[in-house]
Ligand binder design. Structure first.
Ligand code: NAP
Ligand code: FER
Length: 335
């Protein structure tokens, strides 16, 4: 009897915020691995903001998902068949097999995960792509120094919640921006941020920043862009650094947003702004993961996972994350 695989494919290219009708759940036969490949039964899959870009025609750093093709993304699960010398049946592997029950992956591109070191879900969060993004973007681009003020937008999300804690570990005073009072309390009461404000209920971001950052802002870790970033830039100190990680406030816009012209500030305050893509820092992955694991183990870095159950819930879990219903790393538990 042929074993079947459930998967979610891109059914239509979204206009603005994706809807569930842009996805389709399908049942197809499981394909056995070819030479060098492994077959992985997904236990957790990751939904991330970058997937919104991949739903468009012609993304930049990687091709877009074709209509009818399985949605891309990171996943972790059990190796159920292997034709790669590095993996045996029963191993746990982190792969890029997308939104499906069973995924084929190249063994060379897969990461073996030791379930005794940490819960395997962390390979998609604090000890995976988002964790490395936080580490690289803050330390390699923001260069935070003890005593400085660091502002983080998207503060309660997968990346932002870790950025703020790493900055705190480095001796900085951390101020967050997030989209609910519960998120504001979470980052201040549980993650050690010095302060935070809710951008959905605050009318004047500039006034809030002036109050919460009396010494100005030395490092801004930008996850969101838009009017929040316009306000933070105006509070930067001389010599400030801006690490541009994401612009989620813009991903679902149908028409581009206009903003104030702030470039003059970069001259008078000698600011540096640098965008980055985590994948360009592969040489630092091992170091980042080693430091992040050590901080998790000694209790200085905490992480929260926001887990939704059921492959069929993936589109809703993804759309919900884009609109801010997650705290910490949004994952889908599949098996
Ligand atoms: P996340 O923060 O866990 O989830 C996305 C969050 O974005 C939501 O929870 C929501 O929180 C916030 N958001 C949505 N619309 C917003 C808006 N209009 N204005 C302000 N905030 C909004 O996601 P993540 O995985 O950690 O990713 C965070 C950012 O990092 C994204 O921009 C992503 O693209 C970027 N990223 C970049 C790289 C890279 O290599 N450069 C790698 C990974 C991630 P609120 O409730 O606070 O609105
Ligand atoms: C992300 C946002 C954008 C991300 C990658 C990109 C890995 C890259 C986009 C592009 O090159 O088109 O969150 O995460």
């Amino acid at each position: 009897m042929t074993q079947m695989n459930w998967r979610i494919v891109l059914a239509a290219r979204p206009k603005g915020l994706p809807t569930e009708a842009d996805f389709r759940l399908e049942e197809v036969p499981i394909v056995q691995p070819g030479e060098g490949e492994i077959l992985v039964r997904t236990r957790y899959l990751s939904v991330d903001p970058y997937m919104r870009g991949r739903m468009n025609e012609g993304a930049s750093y990687a091709p877009g998902v074709g209509l009818g093709e399985v949605m891309v993304g990171g996943a972790v699960g059990d190796v159920v068949a292997s034709r790669h010398a590095g993996f045996a049946e029963g191993d746990v592997a982190q792969v890029h097999s997308g939104w499906q029950d069973y995924g084929l992956a190249s063994g060379d591109g897969a990461r073996k995960v030791d379930p005794d070191l940490a819960p395997i879900s962390t390979s998609l969060g604090v000890l995976g792509m988002p964790g490395i993004t936080a580490w690289v973007g803050l330390l390699e681009i923001g260069h935070p120094q003890a005593g400085e003020t660091v502002v983080v937008s998207g503060a309660a999300g997968a990346v932002g919640s870790l950025v703020g804690q790493i900055a705190r570990i480095k001796g900085c005073r951390v101020v967050g921006v997030a989209g609910s009072d519960v998120k504001v309390s979470h980052v201040t009461d549980e993650l050690g941020f010095a302060a935070a404000f809710n951008y959905k209920t605050t009318l004047d971001y500039g006034a809030a920043l002036g109050e919460l950052c009396p010494d100005g802002v030395d490092v801004y870790f930008d996850n969101v862009g838009g009017t929040i970033s316009d306000a933070v830039l105006q509070h930067m100190n001389v010599g400030g650094r801006i690490s541009v990680c994401g612009q989620i406030s813009q991903y679902n816009l149908r028409t581009p947003e206009m903003g104030p012209r702030l470039t003059w500030l970069f001259i008078t305050r000698r600011l540096q702004m640098r965008g980055f893509l985590v994948f360009d820092f592969e040489k630092l992955y091992a170091k980042a993961l080693q430091e992040m694991s050590a901080w998790v183990q000694d209790g200085r870095l905490s992480y929260r996972e926001d887990i939704v159950a059921g492959l069929e819930q993936t589109p809703a879990a993804f759309i919900g994350m884009l609109t801010g219903d997650n705290i910490g790393k949004r994952l889908v538990q599949v098996a």
